[in-house]
Design a binder for this molecule. Sequence first.
Ligand code: SF4
Length: 319
Amino acid sequence: MALIKLDDLTVRYTQGRFNKKVIYALKGVDLEINSGETVSVIGESGAGKTTLARVLVALEKPTGGTYLYKDKDVWKDKGARKEVRREVQYIYQDPISALNPSKTIRESISYPVKKHLKLKGDELYGKVVELVKAVGLDPSLVDRYPNQLSGGQLQRVNIARAISVNPKVLIADEPVTMLDASYRVGIIDLLVKLKKEMDMTLVLITHDLAIAKYLNYKSEGVKGVVIYGGRVVEEGKIDDIIQNPLHPYSKFLVGSYIDINYEAAEAEDRGVQEPKEAVIPNQGCPFSVKCPYAVDKCKKGFPNYTVNRDRKVACYLYG
Ligand code: SF4
């Protein structure tokens, strides 16, 4: 049984008062995450990554499909929802806005510990010190305010808060994007170390393939999930996706854009125009407006997944 199972999950918004426009942040997402797994969700800005993260921590209610946690429907079972909110913890992209500027680090970390573990007094302080040390910070920092810490230190504080309630799953949403390059590797190393020590499941969401590659280097067998336009377009071992990307968007991601541009030029000769900006169509393959291989049927329906062992891809070029 998968720890997390998303089945045909959709999140749809409507925009505009009079001329209503429907936008799919996620559409028909099927995804299984097993206990202890390390998963990297990769996609560009606007692909639906943060919506997916918010769905996984039960902050966002899907407009269609189901979210099962330990086989229980999170949006039909209040108990399951409560379990998710405690056991699945979220690490935000922006470490500073995730913390209250008027609270000391000790107060910020104490809050979830008091609420969920019901500790107080010396026991509470002892737990705060233990958590701060676990994320590689000096306990003397606990009485400082967020504006007195660096970005890397603040992200460590956020990680300390997330692990304070002994979660089963950590969802790290672009955890190093807003940090100086010098802090990035340290934060990924820390997440991998805590995942192992606390026997957690780690889901790292990133737009940066280099981060996914580094995660894979630090913890073997990482599952990669490539999303584009709210759809999972490819899934498999990160190693396989990097060495042999199947979906045209994955090819673009792993740096074969020179080839894809060449093919795009060829496609242009065939009358296929490269759009000036990415438009995600609600119908058909979301990559169809950019894809040099697109044919008529790509614009009409989303392709079925072609599955080969632990690899799946949604593209008419396969299957
Ligand atoms: Fe390109 Fe069509 Fe495959 Fe989409 S389904 S990636 S448009 S070939």
